[in-house]
Design a protein around this ligand. Structure first.
Ligand code: FAD
Ligand code: 2HG
Ligand code: ZN
Length: 447
């Protein structure tokens, strides 16, 4: 059972009464009805790659893990409707490949795509690196099939882009972290496959300049701009230390670096010309000090690999404190400058490993121990660092959980900044849909 009771970060070690792996919706419903009758809490689980401890049971050993891994069939491909309907246990990468085989793009893309599952992506409303252009998991889903907390089956697998027939139940289950019901299948949007994707790294002086480059890129590239990711200088230093085999393509490591990806519907040449024009203009105005455009797909994969290895580089450097924050894009640079200074004042020497989805205003505002130490004292300072960070996020009009969900990690922090009105409405929803409190207790907002 151990792989089902321990999370990906090896931070939470739970116990379960059993692990169930049903392979049909009817069997999921039967398992849920058995849990209702016997008052056994249910922890739905997909790929178990979540970062907030939402997908594993607590230490009581009373909950049942409901793994959707065996529900991995493709139900329908409707190309004229630009939709595919798949079961919750389909691995994200398999869905991307399926879409590609059909000449389409399923754009949800994140580091765990080889093992996370679409039910988990939807339940945590995953983001990733293509949100800027295509939106997060919520925006890619048109319909759901759900087993309710009473063990009934709701077939809401509608492939409609317009449907105003009542409250949007689908959107309640998306991002609910398994606290309202079990997603068993989903109808997903697919898009035209771009003719080419071109990738570049560009060096900018600081995050303010990064934001000016984002505005320029949006103006010049419009909808072709698909990713705009940032690494701050300590991230690049950390990559060099921990993963020296990864080649850094810019002349200096002492820089902020932006990874830009452009998708072109027409041709490689067209896309390349557009990206070159953007970078030329950024050079001329002094915005960009150095840049490298990937010459081919292999090099593009190398560029992405640097970005994708940030989590691993941090793991190798010892204990770390993660913050998955969002602020309005316009306020990201101010937030980082002032909060870095505040943390440095209280905890001199800690390394601010700030990176992520600048184009969405979502940064992984992570903290690693001072160079040469392994962060033995991190458990004792985590609360104080969280307080500084999340108070600053709140003061900047932001969110303490942008894409990783609340799980057990952020439930208290999120509740701290919610108004009683908002919490009461959410409490009413939880009570209406899961009156017995059987679905993933102890995860998400404490309602
Ligand atoms: P799990 O971890 O199994 O579950 C996540 C939540 O969903 C839990 O609350 C669980 O109870 C619930 N759940 C799972 N399946 C169901 C279901 N069928 N019905 C109801 N509830 C369900 N996340 C991002 O958003 N963006 C990133 O860029 C990103 N990068 C990552 C990189 C790495 C290397 C790793 C390890 C993780 C990353 N993540 C990222 C976090 C994580 O991969 C995603 O949140 C992913 O969407 C979780 O999917 P999963 O199948 O592993 O879900
Ligand atoms: C990413 O964007 C993921 O790479 C993981 O969301 C972030 O490791 C992290 O903190
Ligand atoms: Zn992320």
């Amino acid at each position: 059972m151990q792989p089902f009771t321990t999370d990906w970060r090896k931070r939470w070690f739970g116990k379960a009464v059993a692990v169930a792996q049903p392979d049909t919706t009817e069997d999921v419903a039967a398992v849920v009805r058995w849990c209702v009758a016997n008052n056994v809490p249910i922890v739905p689980q997909g790929g178990n790659t979540g970062m907030s401890g939402a997908s594993v049971p607590d230490e009581s050993g009373q909950a049942l893990v409901l793994s959707l891994a065996r529900m991995n069939r493709v139900r329908e491909i409707d190309l004229p409707n630009n939709t595919i309907t798949v079961e919750a246990g389909c691995i994200l990468q398999t869905i991307q490949e399926l879409a590609r085989e059909k000449g389409k793009l399923f754009p949800l893309s994140l580091g765990a795509e080889g093992s996370c599952m679409i039910g988990g992506n939807l339940s945590s409303n995953a983001g990733g690196v293509a949100v800027l252009r295509y939106g997060n998991a919520r925006e890619l889903c048109l319909g759901l099939e759900v087993v309710t907390a009473q063990g009934e089956i709701w077939n809401g697998l509608r492939g409609l882009r317009k449907d105003n027939t009542g409250y949007d139940l689908r959107d309640l289950f998306i991002g609910a972290e398994g606290t309202l019901g079990v997603i068993t299948a989903a109808t997903l949007k697919v898009f035209p496959l771009p003719a080419a994707k071109i990738t570049a790294w560009a060096a900018v002086k600081d995050l303010h300049e990064g934001l000016r480059l984002l505005a320029l890129a949006q103006n010049k590239l419009g909808a072709s701009l698909t990713a705009f990711e940032v690494l701050t200088p300590p991230c690049i230093e950390l990559l060099g230390e921990q993963l020296p085999q990864l080649r850094w393509p810019l002349s200096t490591r002492d820089t902020h670096a932006v990874l830009i990806e452009l998708s072109d519907g027409e041709s490689e040449a067209n896309g390349r010309a557009a990206l070159e024009t953007l970078l030329e203009s950024a050079f001329e105005s002094g915005l960009v000090t150095d840049a490298a455009i990937a010459a081919n797909l292999t090099q593009s994969a190398e560029f992405w690999s640097l970005r994708d290895h940030m989590t691993e580089a941090q793991q190798r450097a010892g204990k770390n404190i993660k913050h998955d924050i969002a602020v309005p894009i316009s306020r990201t640079a101010d937030f980082v400058t002032s909060t870095n200074a505040e943390i440095a004042r209280h905890f001199p020497g800690v390394r601010m490993i700030v990176f992520g989805h600048l184009g969405d205003g979502n940064l992984h505002y992570n903290v690693s121990p001072p160079k040469g130490t392994a962060g033995e004292d991190f458990a004792t300072i985590e609360g104080a660092i969280n307080r500084i960070t999340h108070d600053a996020v709140h003061a900047h009009g932001g969110s303490v959980s942008a894409e990783h969900g609340l799980g057990v990690l952020r439930r208290g922090e999120a509740a701290r900044y919610k108004s009683p009105v908002e919490l009461n409405m959410m409490r009413a929803i939880k009570q209406a849909l899961d009156p017995q409190g059987i679905m993933n207790p102890g995860k998400g907002l404490p309602l």
